[in-house]
Structures are given as C-alpha cells and as structure tokens.
Design a protein around this ligand. Structure first.
Ligand code: ATP
Ligand code: MG
Length: 319
C-alpha cells in the first residue's frame, strides 16, 4: 500500500447485546457491552490488525462509549486523526438480541447520534489527500453527511491513482431513498473491488442472475468481485479468468456479527500488500471465520500471526 493508507468513512458505534436468545426488547433482559462496533469501524480495525496502513473517518460523542471505541481502534493501529469528537451528541449505539432462528433484532441510535454527524474537515481533507484506497460501506451512504464525505474522498483518491472497494452492506431494517440509490450507483461505477454477499450482487449491478450481473459489473470497470457466502466460503471473480473459490473454515459460530466486515478488511489489505487472490482469500475466510467464534462484533479481528495460527489449526468445511 505504497500509495497511502486504506481509509473508511462511516458509523462508529458501540454494540450492547442481550446475553439470552429471544424476541427483541419488550421486557427487561440482561445485556453485555459496550463492544466497539459499526461496520466501517470493524472493517478498518481488521485492516490494521492484519498489517495494513489504515485510517478512519467518522465521529463519536464525548463519552465513555466514544472513548472505548477510539481507544480500541488506536490500540489496534488505526489512525484516528480524522475522527471527530462531538461535544453535543452521544456516541452511536446498537442494541442487539439474537432470535432463536439466528436472525437479529436491533434498536439503533445512529442517525441522531454523533455517528452520523461528521463532515469535511481539515483533518479529513489531509487524510483523504494522502490515502491510497477508499473502502465504502453501503450502510454509511444512507447518512447524508457521511455520503458527502465519501463522495469527496472517492474523487480525491481516484484522482491520485488510488483504488476503491465497496461492500454494499444493505440492511433489511433500513429504508433506502432515491438519494441513497443514486449515490450507491455512482460509487458502484467507481469501484475496483466489490465485496457483496447474498443478493447484493444483483443490487449492485441492477441485473438478475450471477453471470449477467458479473458481466455488467466488469463492463462498468469493476476488476474483482469477492462474493461472500457465509458457511459456504467465498468466491473471487475477475474478467477473463476462472473463478477462485475457497471453502469456509469449520468453526462454531458464537456471534456472526462482523464476519463480512472482517472478511473485507483482510481481503482488501492482503491484496493491497501484494498477496495473490488465492492467499488473500484464505486470510479473508480465516478473518471472517475467526471473528464469528468470539462474542462482540470486532473482538475476533485477528493479526496476521493470529490468522496464520488459525489457518494451521482449523479444518475447512466440506463443500
Ligand atoms: P455480515 O453478516 O457481517 O454482514 P456478510 O453477509 O457480509 O456478513 P458472510 O458471507 O456472512 O458476509 O461472512 C463473510 C465470510 O466470513 C464468509 O465468506 C466466510 O468466509 C466467513 N464466515 C462467516 N460465517 C461463517 C461461519 N459460520 N463459519 C465459517 N466461516 C464463516
Ligand atoms: Mg452474514
């Protein structure tokens, strides 16, 4: 990553989770937290942990939730010089409870918290001007302020020869307006590496069917698509080359939150450090799998040494 750090802009949260499985929060339940969270924050933390140069853009409140999260990012090696501390709004929160079927119920405070209230500052400009890669989380594009920062950073990074990756990361709980859809389409058109899961491939391309969707994305200039498939592993598609598939590692899933973000952080960083698609995919699958073995959205983000040990010790799931 000689051109400069990987940067990511978006929501920084703490997660507080129910310790029992059940339906939502309609009666008192025991909870545990705060755990540092927010898809962009999990992604960038994994980038730094695996050995990349990484920096975050966003905001927290001037409170313990903010301190816990910034201390964690800084301790893991993330440059937090472009994270604002908002004196007037609290750090964003996500309360989560798992249902018996593995689905999740959330109570979010994001759009009215510090998490969504950041803009283009001198610190952000200075960082974006020396960045080599921008990773965009689709979840951040729903916040108008964040979307403007992301669009401006994307133009700067691309203008200096940097690259862009996109995790569509669309959530069923959140509504997407016409503005968000337009911004999303603009980012897709600038994307070098797409990291979709499930039906996000169709969403990003606007085309039904895997092969047609890939062809459309490659025609738009996307050079690599890393398709995340949960327990079925992941597959990387490139124009004019056979796909590269790797089965997932066989682990006991304790907490699935953050798997996709850790996968992305490891994949982007390993590719930027010059690893092959095959090797980057191994690390990315390991990062996703290791993270689901620990409670807390970014608690399982591993260093390169952690992942090497994990890879050596963990069998692959049968196809
Ligand atoms: P998220 O639920 O965080 O949004 P996602 O849907 O973007 O995640 P997934 O496909 O669920 O992405 O997970 C990313 C990667 O993590 C998978 O491709 C796989 O390698 C690994 N992974 C996720 N869940 C498991 C699991 N239960 N066992 C093994 N590996 C897993
Ligand atoms: Mg998933």
């Amino acid at each position: 990553d000689a051109l400069g750090p990987t940067i990511c802009a978006g929501e920084i949260l703490v997660e507080i989770m129910a310790t029992s499985v059940g339906e939502g929060f309609s009666a008192p339940v025991e909870m545990i937290g705060p755990y540092p969270s927010g898809a962009p924050a999990i992604f960038i933390d994994q980038c730094a942990r695996v050995g990349g140069s990484a920096a975050m853009i966003g905001a927290v409140g001037r409170d313990d939730f903010g301190r816990v999260t910034l201390d964690r990012l800084a301790a893991d090696g993330v440059d937090i010089s472009a994270v604002a501390v908002d004196p007037d709004h609290p750090t964003g929160t996500a309360f989560v409870r798992y249902r018996p079927d593995g689905d999740r119920d959330f109570v979010y405070n994001i759009t009215r918290s510090a998490a969504a209230r950041f803009g283009w500052t001198d610190a952000v400009e200075a960082l974006a001007a020396r960045a080599g890669h921008l990773h965009v989380m689709g979840s951040a594009l729903v916040m108008a302020g964040a979307a403007e920062v992301i669009e401006a950073a994307a133009r700067l990074v691309k203008a200096r020869g940097g690259t862009l990756s996109l995790d569509p990361n669309l959530r069923k709980e959140l509504a997407y307006g016409a503005d968000t859809e337009r911004r999303f389409a603009e980012i897709v058109a600038m994307t070098d590496l797409l990291l979709p899961s499930g039906d996000e491939l169709q969403r990003a391309s606007g085309v039904e069917g895997r092969d047609a969707a890939l062809a459309r994305l490659f025609a738009m200039g996307v050079r690599e698509v890393a398709l995340k498939q949960g327990r079925a592993g992941a597959t990387v598609h490139r124009p004019d080359l056979p796909p590269v598939h790797a089965e997932a590692f066989a682990v006991d899933e304790i907490d699935p939150t953050g798997a996709g973000d850790c996968f992305g952080g490891a994949y982007v960083t390993c590719r930027r450090l010059g690893l092959s698609v095959e090797d980057a995919l191994t690390y990315a699958n390991a990062a996703g799998a290791r993270n689901v073995t620990m409670r807390g959205p970014m608690e399982g983000a591993g260093t390169r040494a952690d992942l090497d040990r994990f890879i050596a010790a963990t069998p692959r799931r049968a196809p």
